[in-house]
Ligand binder design. Structure first.
Ligand code: ADP
Ligand code: MG
Length: 324
């Protein structure tokens, strides 16, 4: 028999040496490292919107924590603690075992401990809150981009959008090519080490969950030159993508996929020109590539230049979760 409490005991209770008190009481008790600020973020994943019923439960466990860790990465915070609120249509042991395996594998990789949550019956819904630590004044906020800064992106972008199109039957790909992009959609890697390594180097950062243009747009809105928001000029040819993007998509579809495709969970960040070597060293230490894709400008607006130096037509500017 699976009562709420036996479920919690069986699947979501593990030792939490980094907490004063973990799962089992009315609250967890946490002792932050003296002098550190806490970075707190929540992300909710709904069946039908963020994943589909056929998706692997281990993958859902991985991704639901990964997207939350990605927010800590984008702040340059060190992951410490998480809570998990989960609604389940039924107590399916095989599903829960696999979900917990994916969740804890991700948690163990990044040193984050599950210290509490809530469990209830209902349509499959996963809501995670993560708590990290960052030294005062060193968080990578959205509002620090300066005119003249370089714009950088980690890893490659556009892969998750291609994988989604493939999975939804909107795009044909050879299996070998599909296998190159599917991990970006189902098993994203949060760039936690990079975020931490960019403390004191990057002037602003965001993780790309809703598409490069939309997410960079958030940095631009928040960062001011005088009284007006800054702008950015990007070079389309500089954007790091897998070769499959060009191999399968014609020009405008490739553009949409790379500029507006969501779910890549790479970091987009800005840094002064004088920090190029430091950015490259930080990326190398974090085991990820960082690519310079453009510049922050004093004039507001976001332009993407083609190889001929002319602005490309831009269709989407991001994914709207409230769109029907
Ligand atoms: P309360 O009724 O006081 O809110 P609950 O009965 O909901 O407490 O939960 C009992 C304990 O189990 C609490 O410590 C809670 O944080 C923890 N918990 C509940 N669900 C989960 C979960 N999915 N993952 C981790 N901990 C959980
Ligand atoms: Mg409760």
């Amino acid at each position: 028999m699976n009562s709420e409490f036996s479920l919690i005991a069986r699947y979501f209770t593990r030792p939490t040496p980094g907490a004063v008190l973990g799962v089992g009481d009315d609250c967890a008790l946490l002792a932050p490292t003296p002098g550190m600020q806490l970075a707190v973020s929540s992300d909710m994943l709904l069946e039908g919107r963020h994943f589909s019923p056929q998706d692997s439960p281990a993958g859902i466990g991985h991704k639901s924590l990964a997207v939350n860790l990605s927010d800590l990465a984008a702040m340059g915070a060190t992951p410490r603690w998480a809570t998990l609120a989960i609604a389940l249509p039924e107590a399916n042991d095989a599903w829960l075992t696999a979900f917990a395996r994916g969740f804890y594998r991700m948690a163990d990789s990044y040193g984050i401990e599950l210290v509490g949550g809530d469990t209830t019956r209902g349509a499959l819904t996963i809501s995670i809150t993560v708590i990290g630590e960052v030294p005062p004044g060193q968080a990578l906020r959205r509002d620090g981009a300066q005119a003249g800064d370089d714009v950088w992106v980690s890893g490659v972008i556009g892969s998750a959008a291609m994988a989604l199109a493939y999975r939804q039957g909107r795009l044909f790909m050879e299996q070998v090519d599909a296998a190159r992009v599917l991990p970006a959609l189902y098993l994203p890697t949060p760039r936690v080490e990079l975020g931490i390594a960019l403390r004191g180097i990057a002037t602003s950062a965001i993780d790309i969950s809703d598409g490069l243009l939309g997410d960079l747009g958030h940095i631009l809105e928040r960062s001011q030159a005088g009284a007006t928001p800054v702008g950015a000029s990007l070079e389309f040819a500089a954007l790091p993508t897998l070769p499959v993007v060009q191999n399968y998509l014609h020009e405008s579809a490739a553009r949409d996929c790379v500029l507006a495709g969501g779910d890549d969970y790479e970091l987009c960040f800005t840094a002064p020109v004088g920090q190029r070597d430091a950015v490259r060293a930080a990326a190398a230490a974090a085991g990820v590539t960082a690519t310079r894709i453009g510049r922050i400008t004093a004039e507001p607006g976001l332009v993407v230049l083609g190889t001929d130096g002319q602005p490309l037509p831009i269709r989407h500017t991001g994914y709207d979760h409230f769109a029907a």
